[in-house]
Unconditional design. Structure first.
Length: 202
């Protein structure tokens, strides 16, 4: 157990030093993601890891909605999240080699997702999840490869629409390791422009 703990600490230390958008996930990176996702890595360590990818926005209310936060899912974080789900199932994912790990990651190779969370003002007339769009500004202007919008519903016998999510996927290579502003807009009208430092993510 002591040896295992030392190895985990070493792997996570290397991960904390990396902190630059990883555009080429290698087998060693896959092993680090698996290590982070599993026991005996502590929940607190995983929370610190995920916390670096979530940013408060808290924009003013526009019409009936406001942007609450955004989060970034890089290729490395995507793999860690996939591995966490398998850890919850307590299955053998990645324990007999990396082939199934590589297959699970294949659809997300070279992709980076940004999810914006919206909260709705219940005192306003709500017409559904608004057609909010995302663009990345910086050295080049980047449009997403695709965007999906989903409603968020409250609990209870008659759930009501209380918010929404906007998820856009970008070419990670085009994003690079620059600081970019996320242009959140509705029909070209700006809602917020939070900066994201991709050099601090992995």
């Amino acid at each position: 157990m002591k040896v295992a703990r030392v190895l985990i600490v070493a792997l996570l230390a290397n991960a904390s030093q990396a902190r630059a958008l990883n555009l080429h996930i290698a087998p060693a990176d896959m092993q680090r993601a698996l290590t982070l996702a599993r026991w005996p890595t502590a929940d607190a360590e995983r929370s610190r890891f995920h916390g670096r990818y979530v940013f408060a926005v808290n924009s003013p209310t526009v019409e009936y909605f406001a942007v609450q936060k955004l989060e970034v899912i890089t290729e490395f974080r995507r793999l860690e999240m996939i591995a966490e789900e398998h850890a919850r199932l307590n299955d053998t994912f990645g324990r007999a080699g990396l082939h199934e790990v590589e297959e699970a990651l294949r659809p997300w190779r070279g992709r980076l997702s940004i999810i914006v969370s919206l909260v709705f003002d219940p005192t306003r007339y709500i017409t559904g999840v608004p057609a909010v769009d995302l663009m990345l500004e910086g050295p080049t202007l980047l449009a997403p490869l695709d965007t999906t919008r989903r409603g968020v519903y409250g609990s209870g016998n008659h759930p009501v629409l209380v918010g929404g999510t906007i998820e856009s996927t970008f070419d990670a290579g085009a994003v690079g390791q620059d600081v970019r502003e996320l242009f959140i807009h509705r029909g070209g009208n700006p809602i917020a422009r939070p900066p994201i430092d991709f050099s601090r993510l992995e």
